[in-house]
Design a protein around this ligand. Structure first.
Ligand code: SAM
Length: 238
């Protein structure tokens, strides 16, 4: 039997919004912001997904996004990952509803700061030269900077040459907030955990270019003052 609970309190725990706008039905965790942005993110990802065989999602959270993306691209193999392993059951519950021939693998544990976890993620790409695409949404502002740098470095390691790393969320440009509401959002985040905060695109770019063999190829404005950042893994010939 499935149970449904609603919660009103906003509790952050290790970067996961545990209860804000969260509706839990059986094992499925439902995050309202993730549901709201799933279509605009899917539309932005279409050119990359249509050219990909193997896609890594870093921080799959509830599993709502990987379910939605696989539904649209059943021929693409998705490898979900999550830091909070208690969310594995939610990822499983969503993906179990996909048609049997869809290709979503079981989630892997990934703490982006742990080298051994990235080795396991890399090993899971076996049979190919690496992942064609790495995606991650709404993670960098709600985790310490070491997690952001871990994701950038790790993505550079597991991507194939010419593959893309696509990042969605709230960011600053040249140290400046795009809106007053993003500046307030940053204050709220830092008030909850001083190691969190809206990150600067140029700081991420610096790590990508100097430590991860990736080049920033696109900064796209997205609804609600968010950005989509597209990095490309530089091939050895470039
Ligand atoms: C706001 S949630 C975003 C989840 C999902 N991508 C989405 O858009 O719904 C932030 C995510 O960061 C993950 N996270 C926190 N610490 C992490 C770490 N050390 N390594 C990797 N992911 C981490 C959390 O587990 C959580 O899934």
């Amino acid at each position: 039997m499935s149970t449904t609970t609603t919660a009103t309190a906003q509790v952050f725990d290790n970067g996961v919004i545990k209860q804000a706008s969260e509706l839990k039905t059986g094992d499925k965790v439902f995050l309202a912001p993730t549901d709201r942005n799933k279509d605009v993110i899917l539309d932005a990802l279409r050119p990359f997904l249509s050219e990909s065989n193997l896609v890594l999602e870093v921080a799959s959270g509830s599993g709502q996004h990987v379910y939605h993306f696989s539904n649209a691209y059943p021929e693409v193999t998705f490898q979900p990952t999550e830091y909070d392993t208690s969310l594995f059951s939610s990822i499983h519950a969503y993906t179990a509803d996909l048609p049997a021939n869809n290709r979503v693998r079981a989630p892997l544990e990934l703490d982006a700061t742990k080298t051994e976890h990235w080795h396991a993620v890399s090993k899971a790409a076996i049979g190919s030269t690496g992942y064609d695409l790495v995606i991650t949404t709404n993670v960098f502002h709600i985790t310490p900077w070491t997690v952001a740098t871990g994701i950038v470095r790790g993505s550079g390691q597991v991507l194939r040459s010419g593959g893309h790393f696509v990042l969605y969320g709230a960011f600053k440009r040249n140290g400046k907030f795009s809106t007053e509401s993003n500046a307030q959002f940053d204050q709220t985040l830092r008030g909850r955990d001083p190691s969190w905060g809206v990150r600067d695109i140029e700081e991420i770019q610096k790590v990508a270019e100097t430590e991860a063999q990736m080049r920033l190829v696109e900064i796209r404005d997205m609804p609600s003052n968010n950005y989509l950042l597209v990095f490309k893994k530089i091939s050895l010939e470039e």
